[in-house]
Design a protein around this ligand. Structure first.
Ligand SMILES: Cc1cc2nc3c(=O)[nH]c(=O)nc-3n(C[C@H](O)[C@H](O)[C@H](O)COP(=O)(O)OP(=O)(O)OC[C@H]3O[C@@H](n4cnc5c(N)ncnc54)[C@H](O)[C@@H]3O)c2cc1C
Length: 476
């Protein structure tokens, strides 16, 4: 059983298949160029998740074998070493991984080794949903309508009680030697609220369905409230699967949770599915504009501005609070992700790919499909994207979604004493605050690096130039 992004025992079809006989659970850290290498925050998570999986396997009489290197080569070596008669895994939907898996499967089959793959990650696999004309969907609403209809009744399988061990175990790396946890410096001191692993995932789901889902529609846009499930890293690493989430949410609705609230939550899982569908049909989604007319857009090179954005020092409080939350915890609230991404792309005119790469490195839920599709959505270059001329105003967004300024005070300590009526203004209102006694002792919150009004005009001009140049082109 080759574990990849399915680090769980329950509702894991590949494991269920492999567990019919003696099974050797394996995880391989693939460090080859062929697959995109995980960022630092992801590796932090992976470290803890593998420890949890190993413990869960040991509790069932099994263990987790760890190897690092070129995954396909290692799988074949392990087959030879152990005499395994079959290899099972759950499918992934990123082009580079699909190519690798396909050729591995062909090679194993040619060697007479049975090779089986399964779906553990999605409610519907990308090719199962097609428009009336048989083409992939490019717009979410009709996609989700068709996808929902196909879901029907879902069954999930429990974790196996015992796993039969092989006659002898192959050698394994020691996880400590992989050095996935950061040292010198250890920047993860603020990651303590997370519990990576299957048990942590189930707990997050239970807590959300017991409490948060009742106000999901209202609170999901409020970064100052614990209004969302925080399941994204668990889903990315497959510590829980969407079928389990779906079933539990339906059960919560049957117990009396509002169907409207549950539906809104499930529609977010729909976005996750839609993005996998997009990535499957557009394997270069993380590196190329979905709409090729965007290739002509002229981005600015501005290292100082990019650095200020990454450090949460733009002088726009809601943007800075988000970027600092991200750095401290490996997570940023969805509403603030949209505001921060819009600021980078539209106020600073910096290429969305640079933002995507920064998120890739710093998010614990960094996911090829979700990250790329969302960045392209904000940029306007994506499928079903937000129109470029809709430019988030970071001041009014802050006032609307963090009305008391609590989220800002939490992440931007320089603004702790800033009154609510000015806290969202560029510079956080501190210049008004200091005007009275001119006391500038203590950390100084940065002045805004751009004027939003002027930046907005500049962005609209750049967009008009692109439109004028590209009139009439058809999307890829
Ligand atoms: C610029 C940008 C980059 C993003 N990068 C990622 C990423 O790398 N990985 C990632 O998982 N999400 C990404 N998102 C989507 C979203 O912000 C997170 O999924 C969400 O904040 C996770 O919090 P939650 O689990 O509490 O969400 P909930 O509101 O509880 O939603 C439940 C689940 O639905 C899915 N979901 C929710 N919103 C979205 C969305 N906009 N797109 C796709 N799926 C969604 C997630 O799997 C989430 O766990 C990004 C959004 C933006 C704007």
């Amino acid at each position: 059983m080759w574990f990849r992004q399915d680090l769980r025992l329950a509702d894991n079809p590949a494991l269920a298949e492999a567990a019919a006989g003696p099974v050797i659970p394996v995880f391989i850290l693939d460090e080859t160029e062929a697959v995109r290498q995980r960022g630092g925050a992801s590796l932090w998570w992976l470290d803890k998740s593998l420890r949890a999986l190993a413990r869960d396997l040991e509790a069932r009489g099994s263990k987790l074998i760890l190897r690092r290197g070129e995954a396909a080569k290692i799988v074949r070596e392990l087959v030879e070493e152990t005499g395994a008669g079959a290899v099972c895994w759950n499918r992934l939907y990123d082009g580079a991984v699909i190519d690798r898996d396909k050729s591995l499967k062909a090679g194993l089959k040619a060697d007479g080794v049975d090779c089986r793959s399964f779906n553990a990650a999605l409610l519907n696999e990308p090719w199962e949903i097609a428009s009336g004309s048989g083409t992939p969907y490019r717009v979410y609403t009709p996609y989700w309508r068709a996808a929902r209809e196909r879901i029907g009744s879902i069954s999930t399988t429990p974790a196996p009680d015992r796993l039969e061990a092989p006659g002898s175990w192959p050698g394994s790396d020691d996880l400590d030697d992989w050095g996935l946890h950061p040292t010198s410096p250890d920047w993860s001191s603020g990651f303590g609220d997370w519990t990576p692993g299957e048990a942590g995932a189930l707990q997050a789901l239970d807590e959300f369905l017991d409490d948060g889902v009742a106000r999901y529609r209202e609170d999901r846009d409020r970064p100052d409230r614990p209004g969302t499930s925080r399941l994204s890293p668990h889903l990315h690493f497959g510590e829980i699967g969407p079928r389990q989430v779906w079933r539990a949410a339906q059960a919560a609705a049957a117990r009396g949770a509002s169907e409207g609230q549950v539906d809104k939550f499930l529609a977010e899982l729909g976005w996750r599915e839609f993005h996998h569908h997009l990535l499957f049909y557009n394997p270069k989604l993380a590196t190329e504009n979905f709409r090729p007319e965007w290739d002509a857009f002229v981005w600015r090179d501005d290292e100082a501005a990019f650095r200020a954005w990454t450090r949460g020092e733009t002088g726009y409080p809601i943007v800075d609070a988000g970027m600092r939350e991200l750095w401290a915890t490996g997570y940023m609230h969805n509403r603030v992700r949209m505001i921060a991404a819009s600021f980078l792309i539209k106020d600073l005119l910096i290429d969305w790919r640079r933002g995507e790469a920064w998120f890739w490195d710093t998010l614990v839920d960094a996911d090829l499909a979700q990250n790329a599709a969302n960045w392209q959505w904000v940029a306007g270059s994506g499928a079903d994207a937000s129109p470029y001329f809709r430019i988030f105003n970071p001041v009014t967004q802050g006032q609307k979604f963090d009305p008391d300024g609590d989220y800002i005070r939490r992440w931007v300590p320089e603004l702790r004493n800033s009154p609510t009526k000015v806290i969202h203004l560029p510079g956080g209102g501190v210049s008004d605050l200091f005007a009275a006694d001119d006391d500038r002792s203590g950390p100084h919150y940065p002045d805004p690096i751009v004027d939003h009004g002027k930046a907005r005009e500049r962005a609209l001009e750049a967009y008009s130039a692109l439109k004028a140049a590209g009139e009439g082109e058809t999307p890829r």
